[in-house]
Ligand binder design. Structure first.
Ligand code: SF4
Length: 358
C-alpha cells in the first residue's frame, strides 16, 4: 500500500501586524499523531539518482524563512492541527551548515517555550558538535543510511558522502549518546540499488544491538525525470518492506538471530512472496525448534511458537514463577485465538491430558 494516504495539506491562518495570511502546510499522519513534516529547503547540491530534488532534476525549489517556519509551526500547534515538527532538508549548502540550521530552528523553538515533539533528520557527515547539540533538544534524530552498504550506496547516491564514515558512524554516535526517551531512526530506499534482502538481515541485527529504535524501509519507486528511473524502472513491491519490518521486530523484540532467516532466502538472497507471515514460515523451516514445553521453555523459546508474542510469553513465565500450574484450560485461555496456530508446536505431555482439538 502506498504511503501517500498518510499525507494531507492543511491551511493555517497567520495574523501578523501587517496582514492576514493563509499558509498551506504538509501534514504527515505518524503513528503518534499528525506532524508538520517539511523540508527547510528543497534546493539540493547532490545528485542522488532516485531523488526528484537532485540538482539534475528540473523542479521548483522552495526555502523557508526561519522565522516564518517557526511562526507557522507554532500556530499550527496551537490550533491542534499538528502534534509536533519533523524537519529535514535538501543539501543546499555543506552538510555541517544545513544540519546546524535545522538544529538552530529546534533551539529557537525551545527558547520560545515550545516543549512538544521535534524530530530532526541530520545530514551525512554532520559533525559531533552539532549532533551533541541536537541530542540535547530533540525527541528523535534520524540519519538515513539509504542503502545496506557502501557499494549499493555508491550506486544510488554517489555524491552524498561516504556510507561508513558520514552515515553509519554518525548514526552509531547518535545512538550511543542518546538518552531515553530520545529515539534514533534510519531509512533505506529499499530495492533502489537492486540489493537482495540478505544484505539487510545482518545489518538490522547490528542496528538493533546499537539501539537504533526504528528502521524505515521505503520501497523504491521510479520517479519520472530521475536518473535511476531510467536504470531501474521496477517498483519495489510493498510486501518486501512488510517482510523486512517483520524481521526487524522479530530481531528486536523476539531475540531472533540473523541465521534463523537464512533458510527463507532463495538463491539470490531474497525472500520469496508468500501468504504466510515470516514467523510462521520460520516455524515450518525450523522443525528442530519444536515441540516446546510450556512448563520448561525459556522466554525466547516461547517466542518461537507462532501465536506466542512477548505479552503471552511473559504471562506464561510469570504464572510459572508464581507456582501456578499451567492446566489445559489455563493454556487455552492464555493463548486465546492463537491456540489453533500454536498447538502443533507444543509438547503438552506434562499438562496431564491432551489439549489437541478433535
Ligand atoms: S541529498 Fe536528499 S534531497 Fe538531495 S538529492 Fe539526495 S536524497 Fe534528494
Amino acid at each position: 500500500m502506498s504511503r501517500y494516504w498518510k499525507w494531507r495539506r492543511t491551511s493555517i491562518l497567520l495574523d501578523t501586524a501587517e496582514k492576514l495570511e493563509v499558509v498551506e502546510i504538509p501534514v504527515y499522519q505518524s503513528t503518534g499523531g499528525p506532524l508538520f513534516k517539511t523540508l527547510y529547503s528543497s534546493a539540493c547540491r547532490m545528485d542522488c539518482l532516485y531523488c526528484p530534488l537532485s540538482y539534475n532534476c528540473y523542479t521548483s525549489r522552495e526555502f523557508w524563512r526561519r522565522d516564518k517556519l517557526i511562526r507557522v509551526f507554532i500556530e499550527a500547534y496551537k490550533q491542534r492541527k499538528v502534534r509536533g515538527l519533523f524537519l529535514s532538508s535538501g543539501l543546499y549548502a555543506d552538510p555541517e551548515r544545513v544540519s546546524e540550521e535545522l538544529v538552530e530552528i529546534a533551539v529557537d523553538l525551545r527558547r520560545i517555550g515550545y516543549n512538544g515533539y521535534i524530530h530532526v533528520r541530520l545530514m551525512p557527515g554532520t559533525p559531533k558538535r552539532v549532533i551533541r547539540e541536537a541530542l540535547k533538544i530533540t525527541d528523535r534524530i534520524g540519519i538515513n543510511l539509504e542503502a545496506p552498504g557502501p557499494s549499493y550506496f555508491q550506486e544510488i547516491a554517489p555524491s552524498k558522502g561516504r556510507w561508513r564514515t558520514d552515515l553509519l558512524s554518525k548514526l552509531e554516535l547518535v545512538a550511543r549518546e542518546a538518552r531515553k526517551p530520545l529515539q534514533v531512526d534510519t531509512q533505506f530506499v529499499l530495492g533502489g540499488a537492486g540489493e537482495p534482502d540478505i544484505e539487510y538481515i545482518a545489518l538490522i541485527h547490528k542496528l538493533v544491538k546499537q539501539k537504533i529504535g526504528r528502521i524505515h524501509f521505503s520501497p523504491y519507486t521510479p520517479i519520472p525525470g530521475t536518473k535511476l528511473a531510467e536504470i531501474n524502472p521496477h517498483h519495489t513491491p510493498q510486501w518486501r518492506a512488510k517482510y523486512l519490518y517483520e524481521i526487524f521486530f522479530l530481531i528486536k523484540y523476539y531475540g531472533f538471530k540473523p541465521s534463523y532467516f537464512i533458510p527463507l532466502l532463495d538463491d539470490k538472497g531474497c525472500i520469496p512472496p508468500s501468504t504466510m507471515r515470516i514467523k510462521d514460515r520460520l516455524a515450518e523451516l525450523h522443525p528442530e525448534w519444536f515441540p516446546i514445553n510450556l512448563d520448561t521453555a525459556s522466554f525466547y523459546e516461547l517466542l518461537k511458537v507462532p501465536g506466542i508474542g512477548p505479552v503471552r510469553a511473559r504471562r506464561i513465565i510469570n504464572l510459572r514463577e508464581k507456582g501456578v500450574k499451567l492446566t489445559p484450560r489455563l493454556i487455552r485461555h492464555i493463548l486465546g485465538s492463537a491456540w489453533r496456530k500454536a498447538q502443533k508446536y507444543l509438547d503438552l505431555s506434562t499438562q496431564g491430558e491432551t489439549l489437541l482439538e478433535k
